[in-house]
Each structure stands twice: as C-alpha cells, then as structure tokens.
Write a protein that binds this ligand. Structure first.
Ligand SMILES: [Zn+2]
Ligand SMILES: [Zn+2]
Length: 70
C-alpha cells in the first residue's frame, strides 16, 4: 500500500499534493505492507494521528520536529 511519507495516510493514486496534509509529494511514496494503527495525539490540535506521521493531517504542522525539541 502506498502512503504519504509525511502524514502516513494511504493514497490510492500518486497525487502531486497529498490530499490529507497538503504537502508536495516530491519524494517517493512509502510502500509498506502493514496496516499502521498506533496513534498519537497531535501536540498542536490534539487530534489522533498515526505515530509514524511527521506532519499532522489536520493542522498540517510538523509534529516530528516539535517532539525532538522537547
Ligand atoms: Zn500526507
Ligand atoms: Zn494537528
């Protein structure tokens, strides 16, 4: 299954912009064969997002970068 490398949501096609996190998909999509289910809360908007995501699909902020500054 193809997934956005930023928000980790599944994508059916190869859009130039991810419909979930609005990022330009300049890198190859992730191709993984498992179903990610673990969630974390976005520290900005509080929504549940996949733990693998580095950009929140709801508020489009970089959650990965923020975490490393903790
Ligand atoms: Zn995305
Ligand atoms: Zn968020």
């Amino acid at each position: 299954m193809k997934r956005c490398p930023y928000c980790f949501e599944s994508l059916d096609s190869r859009p130039s912009i991810c419909p979930f996190c609005n990022q330009f998909l300049i890198e190859d999509l992730l191709d993984i064969d498992y179903q990610p289910t673990d969630k974390k809360k976005c520290i900005f908007c509080g929504m549940d997002i996949l733990v693998e995501s580095i950009i929140c699909r709801y508020c489009h902020r970089w959650v990965d970068e923020a975490e490393s500054n903790e």
